[in-house]
Write a protein that binds this ligand. Sequence first.
Ligand code: R5P
Length: 273
Amino acid sequence: MDKKKITEKMSWGKKNRMRKIIQDDGRVVMLALDHGYFLGPTRGMEQPAKALEPLIPHVDSLMLSPGILTSSVDPAFKGGIVLRSSGGSSIISDDLSNEGIILTPLEAIKLNASAMAISIFVGSKYEKQTLMNLAQTINEASKYEMPVLAVTAVGKELEKRDARFLSLSSRIAAEFGADIVKTYYCEDFERVTTTCPKPIVVAGGPKLETELDVFELCYNSIQAGAVGVDMGRNIWQNEDPGAMVQAIKAIVHDNYTPKQAEELYNELKNKNK
Ligand code: R5P
């Protein structure tokens, strides 16, 4: 099935929410800033309202926690709002995968959310608990036609980012009924996108060495079938986050190549100097 047509059978309410996230061209630039839910004040996101200023005009949707939405985002924001709905462990706890559900669909609706985001930690000690978090949220959210985005989290074990693991996690999320799956780019990424029947967005992970590395990650992900990015640190930890997000947007929505995006980034960065 064409993933662009995935919303066709949805109710009007769910379709409307999904369209706030995935745009008319079937693509999305989602800015992830939910890191504080387990990392606290992450570098580049110490003051979310300030960090968001140059970024908000260029993103289709935001992925963030409820407290940062209400404290740091102007209620006039018209884009999609994807709310972090699982959590419960911090970076200094024994096991990041020990998560529960932190938000109900009703609270999400009160915040005018477009979707709820739940992490699943496949292969971890708390695998079942996190999969049950996803199942429970999908069942509850369905009563309100609220989409659910599943995050295929890898916790501290970044070495798990290979096609075998990510296709396993993404497929499980899709089978449970997640509407969008967030995962990582990896070698042989097509194996992940082609075996997951739901739209896939890619995270950036820890900051990469060069801007070109980030643009290649975005470009290759889209070429391999992702509908867009759900990216954080590689945007807001950059020297010029505003230029970075615009260059990524050009890849996602205007099919820029990594080189063209790099040129645009340099042009915008020089203008801002
Ligand atoms: C994981 O902690 C969060 O869900 C982030 O939203 C996700 O990792 C994407 O952010 P980044 O591009 O910084 O990896």
